[in-house]
Design a binder for this molecule. Structure first.
Ligand SMILES: Cc1cc2nc3c(=O)[nH]c(=O)nc-3n(C[C@H](O)[C@H](O)[C@H](O)COP(=O)(O)O)c2cc1C
Length: 309
């Protein structure tokens, strides 16, 4: 018998627990040339904002020994173009859509969520409260990291909860002392799940020119380098939460994804690895099914939190 791969994140049904991480899969169009994107549990889109954004000046990407440092700065097509061009493409291909959104105020997040819901252009909302690469006057201290302040996580999540009936995921930052605090704040404010982790803040300098390698000076580190950190944060958070966790950070293979499920994630997202291998997420779906069959585990949900300690 084929094992069950379906998972639920609140009211969101995913045919398998594998999605892609926002910002590493665009709106699915380039990847649809390589494989059937509807075979994924969901497609998580690049963060969209109310108006289009050009993002930061280049250079915006730097390779590191085991990952990428990026400071894209939320370049995106904006809500109108997403609704007119991108969502119809994803719908035509039968993809389940997790719409990642970004705003500088709770009102902006709410408008994005409302309009996405009205247009049936999302199956779930993922609120990016944790982009390290944009400047926000509200924090008055450089990069906007709402997710570093549990009270602000609660404020934004509560506003969004009131604005939409769509399943609500809150994406958190690893750049905190204790991930459980913002995670619990999101849960208490009515989120259906938390997505962790966004990138870890970092920087690189060229010793010859003495200049930072990123025009933005600082950026976010992703890829295999951050996997152990992400895994530990998923473990920490899932032990205190009642709501599901979508785990991400350096997932490259099915065994990596299985580690996240065992640590307590209900679903996983594949990020930077898709740049190296466009169908990485699909291969992980297949590898997961093989693992379940091989170990005679009837349901992928049986793996969630099943770490042997
Ligand atoms: C180039 C790039 C762009 C990203 N853009 C976004 C974004 O727009 N919104 C967001 O929530 N996360 C964004 N992320 C973070 C990823 O979704 C993910 O949380 C992080 O990269 C960790 O996963 P990974 O190590 O598998 O890449 C971006 C990451 C990369 C590498």
């Amino acid at each position: 018998m084929k094992p069950n791969l379906e998972v639920r994140i609140g009211a969101l049904r995913m045919k398998n627990p594998v999605t892609v991480a926002s910002g590493t899969f665009g709106y699915g169009q380039e990847y649809a040339r390589y494989f059937d994107i509807a075979a994924l549990g969901a497609v998580t889109i690049k963060s969209i904002t109310l108006k289009p954004r050009a993002g930061n000046a280049p250079p915006r990407l730097v390779e590191t020994p085991a990952g990428i440092l990026n400071a894209i700065g939320l370049q995106n097509v904006g809500l109108d173009a997403y609704l007119a061009e991108k969502a119809p493409f994803l719908r035509k291909h039968g993809a389940t859509i997790i719409a990642n959104i970004y705003g500088s105020q709770p009102d902006e997040y709410c408008e994005l969520a409302r309009r996405l819901e009205e247009a049936h252009a999302a199956d779930a909302i993922e609120a990016n409260l944790s982009c390290p690469n944009v400047h926000d006057a509200a924090t008055a201290r450089g990069p906007a990291l709402v997710a570093q302040i549990p009270e602000r996580v609660a404020e934004y999540s509560r506003a969004l909860r009131a604005a939409t009936k769509l399943p609500l995921l809150v994406k958190l930052t690893p750049n905190v002392a204790d991930i459980r605090e913002p995670a619990l704040a999101a849960q208490e404010a009515g989120a259906d799940g938390v997505s962790l982790i966004n990138t870890l803040m970092g920087m690189a300098i060229d010793p010859e020119t003495r200049r930072p390698r990123l025009a933005n000076v600082i950026g976010g580190l992703s890829g295999p380098a951050i996997r152990p950190v992400a895994l530990k944060m998923v473990w920490d958070a899932s032990r205190v939460l009642q709501i599901p966790v979508i785990g991400m950070g350096g997932i490259c293979t099915a065994p990596d994804a299985i580690q996240f499920l065992l640590a307590g994630a209900n679903a996983v997202a594949v990020g930077s690895m898709s740049f190296r291998q466009p169908d990485a997420a699909l291969q992980i779906v297949r590898g997961l099914a093989d693992y379940l069959e091989h170990h005679q585990i009837p349901d992928v949900n049986d793996l969630v939190g099943a770490i042997a300690t």
